[in-house]
Ligand binder design. Sequence first.
Ligand SMILES: *Cc1c(COP(=O)(O)O)cnc(C)c1O
Length: 385
Amino acid sequence: MTRVPLLDLTRSDPDTDAALRAAFERVLGSGQFVMGPDVGEMECECAGYIGSMDAIGVSSGTDALILALMALGVGAGDEVVCPTYTFFATAGAVWRLGAKPVFVDVDPATFNVTPEALEAAITPRTKALMPVHLFGQSADLDGIEAVAARHGVPVVEDAAQAIGARWGARGVGTVGAFGCFSFFPTKNLGCLGDGGLVTTADPDLGRRARILRVHGMDPKYYHQEVGGNFRIDTLQAAFVRVRLAGLDAATERRRRNAAGYRERFAAAGLVRELGDDAPGGLVLPLEVDPSHTYNQFVVRVTGAQGERDRLRAFLHQEGVGCEVYYPVPLHLQACFAALGHGEGAFPVAEKAAAESLALPIFPGLTDSELDRVVDRIAAYAAARA
Ligand SMILES: *Cc1c(COP(=O)(O)O)cnc(C)c1O
């Protein structure tokens, strides 16, 4: 049986591998393993790529969010508005600072938050809006910026899944007070461990974030406030530099794979419109902006309750990797029970959690593997008809 992995990080090209080994040798030889020139260079190169004034390398995407919120002074008693349908870290970062995540529902077609939903959740205690550019596609940055300006509330963009994505002419991570990125290996720009980045165009916020990154220390051994150790390893920064050089080509491969799915699913007669719940079909991800970076290719499986889980079990049996992002919206997570949200509170997110399925989309996926994924889904649909 031909297996198709959801993601295979060992499929790397020999030139990139050689460059990663050379980066390791260079850092090893330098004797400088924390901060140093590679971190500064990586920050410059990433700022250039993203189109932001400044970039600050940090220990993970999660720490990028925590650092951004800390720099904005978010703490106990404050509220931060964020989607309930996202990776845990979005709201986890808010909670870690003693603030309250105020959840909003998402748009059924894009899985992203809308400016309207964010605005409706603003109260006098709102300290920040935290949209997520989910699965690699930008949320409506113009609309979100307008809402933020109207209410005088800063935006922290969770761009962990969407480096390189744009809303029209504007890149993710360039509109909010801060943009937060992750170099976790499964992200489009992954290092060989944990790492992250914070972007900002505000020199004061940038300075503050750099100080908070090293225990609030300024100057050395003098602490005006308590920060953390949010530094990125020099080695990981050096790896990011190597991978950044190949990022556009890798994103192009992801986009090509997405187009390949669209053609094949259409040819197989499996494509359904959003809202069509007849069994045996898929609603494909809506591409609102042609810069979608496809960190994930997430389809909705139409049909009766449990249909997505049945298809997933079938695909696993057939050796086709797939995963559910995310099976439980954050408002229903046990750790947030104190917020008092019950089932039905955010119906769009709950429906998405029940219907969504991520298919293999990574850059190294081959055409015959694309064929195999579509062929197995078509076989399932035919058996259900
Ligand atoms: C991955 C991710 C994070 C956290 O990044 P880490 O580097 O794993 O800490 C935050 N938000 C979203 C939406 C993510 O996908």
